[in-house]
Ligand binder design. Structure first.
Ligand SMILES: [Ca+2]
Length: 324
């Protein structure tokens, strides 16, 4: 993992190298010097990562089974929804042994599908599903879909870190959909529309859209400590389309680190700010990723976007919450 440079990772890399060298030495003495033994080692190394790579016109995504029990636990999705063309590298790499997800964007000559939309994509990991999916990925045990008024607590926890950040705009955020019954239950796969709600939880980012409608305090664990996290609540109300509620972390200011929170708290708070009654709506999943905005005309002459996002130790714990 040449993209990761912290001390911890250097130590890990050294440990890996030592293990690999020890394996080869052990193989040498164990016997046989056989080609089969060497082949086994190479195969296990090759299989330790799963990479999905964007090319123009594609929408790469892959279900990942973290604990290898045959049931998918999350979807890794490049989600290039507004990216028409670009030269370079846009990929996500899941490392099965270290359980890291690295997103790499290094593109030039970028062309959007819709020039009026600044966000190019939302490379992300998903539990449950997106509105356009027909089936759920519920391997962690959170039973999506969940009716809002009956929602059960669950925790999401992860470490995140940005490197080589060279973007006109970005966020690191959760995205989730609260859908009417007729879409969530009766017609899964139907895109959202008027009467549905998209909620976002921004841990960092610039230029969150919407009008400020409130402030909330939410319990979180950040880098191992309990925090009364202060959020600004913003709302985007739109005619003929779904409305958006954004929880924007104001305090503590976060650039990277370990984060744990209970998404059901945000869903309950969203009922207070939603322009429509969502108590009988359904939460269909929880997504974490980065919306990215490229430098491009007319803001700059050339177009480019560059960032590496590391998500590590991602896990979900059903039926758990955070209390002070
Ligand atoms: Ca699994």
């Amino acid at each position: 993992m040449l993209l990761i440079i912290s001390d911890r990772h250097i130590r890990y890399a050294l440990l890996n190298i030592i293990v690999i060298i020890a394996s080869f030495i052990a193989g040498y003495f164990y016997g046989s010097h056989s080609a089969v033994k060497k082949a086994e080692i190479v195969t296990s190394l090759v299989l330790s990562t799963v990479t999905i790579t964007w090319t123009p016109g594609s929408w790469p995504r892959k279900k990942i089974d973290i604990n290898n029990d045959g049931v998918p636990d999350l979807i890794m999705d490049i989600c290039p929804y507004n990216l028409k063309r670009g030269k370079g590298r846009y990929e996500m790499i899941y490392n099965t042994t270290r359980r890291t997800i690295v997103t790499v964007i290094d593109l030039v000559d970028i062309e959007p599908k819709n020039p009026n939309v600044w966000v190019m994509g939302f490379p992300e990991i998903i539990i449950g599903r997106k509105p356009w999916d027909k089936s759920y990925v519920n391997g962690f045990g959170v039973k999506f879909p969940m009716k809002v008024k009956d929602i059960k607590p669950f925790l999401v926890s992860f470490y995140f870190h940005f490197e080589k950040l060279d973007l006109l705009g970005y966020d690191f955020a959760a995205d989730a959909w609260i859908l009417r019954k007729e879409i969530a239950i009766e017609k899964p796969g139907t895109g959202p529309g008027e009467g549905d709600i998209e909620i976002m939880v921004w841990l960092m980012g610039v230029n969150a859209p919407g009008t400020k409608v409130g402030e909330e305090v939410v319990p979180m664990i950040i880098n191992g400590s309990y925090v009364d996290a202060r959020f600004e609540v913003k709302r985007v109300v739109r005619t003929g389309e779904w409305d958006i509620i954004i929880f924007l972390l104001k305090e503590p200011e976060l650039k990277c680190g370990y984060v744990t929170y209970d998404p059901s708290i945000f869903v309950k708070l969203a009922t207070k700010y939603s322009p429509v009654d969502i108590s009988d709506h359904y939460l269909i999943g929880w997504e974490i990723g980065t919306e990215w905005v490229a430098y491009r005309p007319p803001a700059t002459q050339k177009s480019w976007a560059k960032v590496t996002l590391l998500i590590e130790d991602f896990t979900v714990i059903p039926h758990a919450t955070i209390h002070k």
